[in-house]
Design a protein around this ligand. Structure first.
Ligand SMILES: [Zn+2]
Ligand SMILES: [Zn+2]
Length: 361
């Protein structure tokens, strides 16, 4: 028999019906799960910068061109929220009833479950994505349906509100860093953009023992935070000769650039400081177009890599790493779930210092 847990007939999702429109409460019938599905009651849900992009409905491609999320197959209405800590409320009749009442972190980067990518732990690269909070209703809701128990990760021992950010921001940073490891002690890593992800990256790199971390941000406040988080130097990209300064401070040994801005200026700055055999990992989605001389890519043997979220295996590694490594210690602002609309707006307007976490009480 499954543990008795409150199961109302309806629940609220905070959703928007048009891109850029207001996020409001909508009542839905509570779904009956079947097969491998699991019904999860949301406890915490992080408000992520990608929620701002999804809400806006497009990515800039440069020259005023846009990649709309409708073109990517996202259908309205959308219930955002892909950084979910939740408690299992129901499993299908043939499912593992002992899971009911247990709290988990939800892996949101769900694929079709059947293709080569999905069956080789690259579900985040599935060509038929069904990501929670993007293609399927996410955690800006009292409940959500998780397609399979493999998407539930045990985070016992971690602070649940902080652990929510591992599902996207933490995983995105971890996967980007993994693409450049190992980093030799003589080499440097340059982190461009020191907002939430950049700060997390600097903390994670420090926790991994990376010696020479350099930070770039247009905001003096964020440069200060970057240094407090473990960066040796922090540069203002609007100052003249910033590439030269980075080249000289790193002794021309930048082995990796992690770009959390991802616009033309940041990518070009990153490319300008790379040494031979080095890597530029682009994570930020501010958009634009890359023009770069092809022979230089070859003669300098550089890699330009895009990094988008991460795999379930990487999330499990990250959860392990989070035990005993305090890299998620950034300012948190816990708000009630019904504040979803203002939370996304505040993030959009740059009014958030650390991370907003929505709580479903
Ligand atoms: Zn797939
Ligand atoms: Zn995210």
């Amino acid at each position: 028999m499954q543990t008795a847990i409150e199961r109302p007939s309806s629940y609220v999702r905070y959703e928007f019906k048009e891109f850029g429109g207001k996020i409001f409460a909508a009542e839905h019938e509570l779904p009956k799960v079947s097969g491998n599905e699991i019904l999860v009651k949301t406890d915490f849900c992080g408000v992520c910068h990608s929620d701002v992009h999804i809400h806006e409905g497009f990515y800039g491609l440069g020259d005023g061109k846009k990649l709309t999320l409708e073109d990517r197959g996202i259908r309205l209405p959308v219930t955002l929220g892909h950084e979910v800590i939740g408690t299992v409320a129901d499993v299908a009749d043939n499912g593992d009833q002992s899971m009911v009442g247990k709290q988990f972190l939800v892996y949101p980067w769900v694929g079709c479950g059947e293709c080569h990518e999905c069956t080789t732990d690259q579900e985040n690269l599935c060509t038929k994505p069904a990501s929670l909070g993007v293609f399927r209703p996410g955690g800006y809701a009292q409940y959500l349906v998780v397609p399979h128990r493999r998407h539930l990760v045990d985070v016992t021992g971690l602070d649940p509100a902080r652990a929510s950010m591992l599902a996207c921001s933490g995983l995105t940073v971890y996967s980007a860093i993994k693409k450049v490891l190992p980093v030799a002690d003589v080499d440097s890593v340059v982190v461009i953009g020191c907002g939430g992800l950049g700060q997390l990256a600097i903390r994670m790199l420090s926790a991994m023992g990376i010696k020479n971390i350099h930070a770039v941000d247009i905001s003096a406040d964020k440069r200060e935070i970057a240094k407090e988080s473990g960066a040796k130097h922090a540069y203002d990209p609007t100052e003249d000769g910033v590439s030269q300064k980075i080249l000289s401070e790193t002794n021309n040994r930048t082995y990796a650039v992690l770009d959390f801005v991802g616009n033309e200026q940041s990518v070009n700055l990153g490319l300008s400081v790379l040494k031979k055999g080095s890597k530029l990992v682009i994570v930020g989605l501010h958009g634009g177009e890359l023009r770069y001389p092809i022979p230089v890519i070859i003669t300098k043997a550089i890699s330009v890599i895009g990094s988008y979220t991460g795999s379930l295996g990487e999330l499990k590694e990250l959860v392990k790493f989070a035990h005993g490594n305090n890299f998620t210690d950034i300012p948190l602002e816990i708000r009630n779930l019904d504040q979803a609309d203002s939370a996304v707006n505040d993030l959009e307007q740059g009014k958030v210092k650390g991370r907003i976490i929505l709580q479903n009480k």
